[in-house]
Write a protein of this length. Sequence first.
Length: 216
Amino acid sequence: MTTLELNPDFIIADEQELRGLFAPTHDLAVQKCRNSLGEHAQAFIRRSPFLCIGSQGPDGRADVSPRGDPPGFVTILDDRTLAIPDRPGNNRLDTLSNIIVNPTVGLLFIIPGFEDTLRVNGRATLTRDPALLESMAVAGRAPKLAIVVTISEVFLHCAKAFRRSRLWSAEHFQDRSEMPSLIKMILDDTTGAPTDKDEMQRMDDGLEEDYRRSMY
């Protein structure tokens, strides 16, 4: 793969130059941004089984992490506060560690079949409040902590990205078997995957078993 070197003459380095490339946004795009959850934003969150949360560490390193559960897994505490359960994962704790040092977060809520999305920006706090965690229990298991977000901005986002990508169009779904399994890809990039197909299959089966045991 050839490394591309960007021509410095074409690098955009200030906002004035950036905005000069685009027409002004229309009034509604500005007016739709609120600092609290209205009726429709709340309904959107209650329907959503999936979100992505963006955070940033003290060194400026950015991170985006997925969160998913049954629809309505994010608790609306009031019109300016949300609570997201933290389910078992890989224990890298990237998002949680970032929040401790830099509480600014961005959320993107997605509903299967919906082409529009909901964006929420705010400041996050980690809590072990027992009453809150028990209210988020699934299959009798409460999360170890929750991410509580105080909202600064919330607005609905248009459908163009989903329509361009045809994300929900079944005829554009890709065949998962055309790429290696998750475990094989990780091993290929690290210690090396086993060449024995039976051993590789046992590792793939082990991941599925781990999913079954540790979802909650």
